[in-house]
Design a protein around this ligand. Structure first.
Ligand code: ADP
Ligand code: MG
Length: 339
């Protein structure tokens, strides 16, 4: 595998904030909005004085397509050009991560409701069809990290113990033990998403807790081989990770005992490690600082697709409701470290 020429981008990680509208329940409970955004979509203010600046700030009326066009479409294009990319949805449970990422079954959604994943898949196959200088092979996998264990959501019979992350001879990270499926059409990849997401939401009796404490990682691997005679490039491989992160809320200490307590601490450490990696990436240029990828499975798995030559976008999802003000502030502080 040969890498394409490096691209220079001034920002290692781009950060967007997306606020979801108040839900019926919040309206009926008379919740008030506690977040304001500037007209130029760059600033967000929580309460009276906490103001933050981000690459994009999307208010509650910004739809799925606009979020996709601004944050993700350029990453699909660079993936076709051979660069790794990662999109992360961060935020407290109920803030809109799964809605934004489109990482649940999307079969019954209307066009305007489609999240990022179906749009990426559609764009990918469209670009491949239009490209006549190369042949493409597309593979994907869908895994979940829960309690530092990796589960293959599409082949749930695979024991977590037989899945591990290793580096191959080219320095690329490989998920050994996870079956990567070759997928040849939009419909087939949507089916793959449906199977994995269905497993994710029915696999556990305490399922809401389970899915809010785990990271779901949908990975698309795009291999291309030039069919032009003059070309000396062999195969270019690019990876696109789409990550629906665990809920960022602090674990409630009351009642959290034994296994559950261990669980909540472990999940927090994944997000903690990600925060450390992303903030080190921002500092890297200045100080040549060490980037602590090995602190968690999540960051290890994403290592070759965060920083370096890859493009990353984090979408911090927030609620507008005043009852969530503290968590919203925590989310914005976390996202702010990434800048
Ligand atoms: P999370 O995955 O962060 O726990 P969800 O994506 O499940 O949150 O969203 C919680 C609820 O809010 C869902 O009912 C979802 O449909 C709704 N929702 C989230 N974001 C939006 C949005 N931008 N517009 C309309 N409804 C939204
Ligand atoms: Mg969710």
């Amino acid at each position: 595998t040969i890498s394409p020429t490096p691209i220079l981008d001034d920002a290692a990680v781009r950060v967007a904030v997306r606020a979801r509208p108040l839900l019926e329940r919040e309206l009926s409970e008379n919740c008030q909005e506690c977040v304001m955004y500037s007209a130029d979509r760059s600033e967000v203010t929580v309460g009276k004085e906490r103001r933050f600046t981000f690459d994009h700030v999307f208010g509650p009326h910004v739809g799925q397509e606009e979020v996709y066009m601004a944050c993700v479409k350029p990453l699909v294009e660079s993936c076709i050009a051979g660069y790794n990319a990662t999109v992360l949805a961060y935020g407290q449970t109920g803030s809109g991560k799964t809605h934004t990422m489109g990482s649940a079954n999307s079969n019954f959604l209307q066009e305007h409701e489609l999240g990022i994943l179906p749009r990426v898949i559609r764009q990918l196959y469209k670009s491949i069809e239009e490209e006549n200088r190369a042949e493409f092979l597309v593979k994907c996998s869908f895994v979940e990290i829960h309690n530092e264990e990796i589960k293959d959501l599409v082949h749930p019979e695979t024991p977590s113990k037989s899945i591990f992350i290793r580096e191959d001879a080219n320095g690329d990270l490989v998920l050994a033990g996870v079956r990567e499926e070759v997928v040849t059409s939009f419909e087939d990849m949507m089916k793959f998403l449906e199977i994995g997401s269905t497993y994710r939401t029915t696999g556990s009796t305490l399922m809401n807790q389970h899915s809010s404490r785990s990271h779901a990682i949908f990975t698309i691997i795009v291999e291309q081989r030039s069919i032009e005679e003059s070309s000396d490039i062999d195969v270019i491989t690019a990876k696109f990770h789409l990550v629906d992160l665990a809920g960022s809320e602090r674990a409630k200490r009351t009642g959290a005992v034994g296994v559950r307590f261990k669980e909540s601490i472990t999940i927090n450490s994944g997000l903690l490690a990600l925060g450390n990696v992303i903030s080190a990436l921002g500092d890297e240029r200045k100080r040549g600082q060490h980037v602590p990828y090995r602190q968690s499975k999540l960051t290890r798995l994403l290592q070759d697709s965060l920083g370096g030559n890859s493009r990353t976008c984090m979408i911090a999802c927030i609620s507008l409701a005043d009852i969530n003000q503290e968590e919203t502030l925590n989310t914005l502080k976390y996202a702010n470290r990434a800048r």
